[in-house]
Design a binder for this molecule. Structure first.
Ligand code: CP
Ligand code: NVA
Length: 321
């Protein structure tokens, strides 16, 4: 990275001090670009063994109301690498799980820690936490958004393709938190996004409308279809996620039925561009939303995505806290 690029990155990062990170929709393209550039710089420095500890003496509280492998380990490791400390707070281990309000939890934690990461069900709980906290709140997945994953995914796409403007991302499957965050991230960077979901499982209309309007400024477009073939045509990346998200376990059988035609297999991937990569936020169910051949195949970049969670979140933490 050149000196001028580094100073742009630093300026962007400095200007984000104290901000919450609830959805990519709240950030400008320049701010997101700044975070991705900082993440790339931190990744490089980490691989070279150069220490960077701007968060010495700082603590991140991590509230988890749902399971996690990547998010928990990457945030905890990231805080350690940045010189700080992370506290794992399972929802049932703190008083929040016994009826203490979100507002009181936010106000109390703000007296101890320098940032709060939260993974929960209702997005409005995270908005409420952010409203009442006096430290930055980072959304580590709600039923509506998963912005940390989508930022890492944008970084992965940029590693693959350089500039992603004008590239096409196809998302096949449930119009869920991942679909919403990818729509937001991709249109912010001027990409064309096509989501193919079964009838009744499309992404939420208000988010689609907001992403379409962002696209008018960035050159990005949004297509919503019920046909996977339409979505993958000309795609540079084909993305999928589980058919039943955390909290939807009771709907698993019904969803298995509804999504039968939405599996990403070799023949569907073959209808994308020749250089198309396969992406998945993980965890994955081989034989359901993706075949083992595709997810374990040469075009799969799933472990790059998983690794980039660490670097992207370090950029978020170093910038906000
Ligand atoms: N992709 C992701 O957020 O994974 P975890 O649920 O393991 O954190
Ligand atoms: N849509 C999935 C993403 C998991 C990282 C879920 O919410 O369970």
């Amino acid at each position: 990275m050149s000196d001028s690029e580094q100073s742009v990155t630093k300026t962007t990062a400095q200007s984000l001090k104290g901000r919450h990170f609830l959805t990519l929709l709240d950030y400008s393209t320049a701010q997101l670009q700044g975070l991705v550039s900082l993440a790339a710089q931190l990744k490089q420095q980490h691989k070279e063994g150069v220490p960077y500890r701007p968060l010495a003496g700082k603590t991140l509280a991590m509230i988890f109301a749902k399971a996690s492998t990547r998010t928990r380990v990457s945030f905890e490791t990231g805080m350690y690498q940045l010189g700080g400390h992370a506290l794992f707070l399972g929802q049932d281990d703190i008083q929040l799980g016994r009826g203490e309000t979100v507002a009181d939890t936010a106000r109390v934690l703000s007296r101890y820690v320098d940032g709060i990461m939260v993974r929960t069900f209702s997005h409005s709980d995270v908005v409420e936490l952010a409203r009442c906290a006096s430290v930055p709140v980072i959304n580590a997945l709600t039923d509506r958004f998963h912005p940390c994953q989508a930022l890492a995914d944008m970084m992965t796409l940029m590693e693959q393709f350089g500039d992603v403007k004008g590239r096409k991302l196809a998302y096949i499957g449930d119009g869920n938190n991942m679909a919403h965050s990818l729509l937001a991230g991709a249109v912010k960077f001027g990409m064309h996004v096509a989501v193919a979901a079964p009838p009744g499982y499309e992404p939420l209309a208000d988010i689609v409308a907001e992403c379409r309007s962002i696209g008018k400024e960035t050159g990005g477009t949004v297509t919503i279809t019920n046909e996977p073939q339409v979505a993958v045509a000309g795609a540079d990346a084909v993305y999928t996620d589980v058919w039943a998200s955390m909290g939807q376990e009771a709907e698993t059988a019904e969803r298995l039925q509804a999504f039968q035609q939405f599996q990403v297999g070799e023949s569907l991937l073959a209808q994308a561009t020749e250089h198309a990569v396969f992406m998945h936020c993980l965890p994955a169910h081989r034989g359901e939303e993706v075949t083992a051949g595709v997810i374990d195949g040469a075009r799969s970049v799933i472990f790059e995505q998983a690794e980039n969670r660490l670097h992207a979140q370090k950029a978020i933490l170093a910038s906000l806290l």
